[in-house]
Design a protein around this ligand. Sequence first.
Ligand SMILES: [Zn+2]
Ligand SMILES: [Zn+2]
Length: 241
Amino acid sequence: MRLIGDYHMHSKYSGDSKNEIEAIVKQAISVGLEEIAITDHGPGHSGYGIKRENYKLLRQQIDELRGKYPQIRILLGIEANILGRDGALDMDEEMLNITDWLNAGYHFGAKISEDYMIHLYNFLSRFSGYFYRKAKAINTQTMVRAMHRNQIKAITHPGAKGPIDMDAVAKAAAETHTMLEINNSHGHLSAEEIQIAMQYDVQFILGSDAHELVNIGKVPDALDRVQKARLGLDRIYNIRL
Ligand SMILES: [Zn+2]
Ligand SMILES: [Zn+2]
């Protein structure tokens, strides 16, 4: 069994990584990956988001590197931010048109226009049952709508950053053919969450969420959770048995 692709990693175009694009490609080849998606934070994140002009630049760089490194398939991806209860993402048509791989997730710091209270509820959900329930209802609604409204490949770290109703999210993921990520860097999906989600016809994906080169293609913690949950490896997109 081995990991053949990694579809969640950040480059220097995210505010929280310094990785050069060619160094990412070389590292991915050296750890035996056959395909990668470079997935910087969407432009709607105030601290870490990629600038729109850099997204176009990254497209050009990837196209050049494809010629230089034919032994690996390199995809332009993004970790878009889910912005609000209507399920909108921080992606415009122009960006979507050049995107090969669309991930989406919920993050603090995303510039949510009408729904800025969500961040506050999610923060307060750690201390108060009332806000926990309120945050859970809103987070679930935003995630479900985002899956129905957009052609998302995978929801990154579902359940990190704020509580969600895993049954509802997994049901929507199955209906919309959206994968749920078992993220190596965050604790989600947890083993318990995997067990809930696996009751639905959902496909799973392992993601390193590497912000440093050495973590590309590394998913040991995620695999521990897979084993704990007794999830069949044939249900994971990027594993070859
Ligand atoms: Zn993330
Ligand atoms: Zn990420």
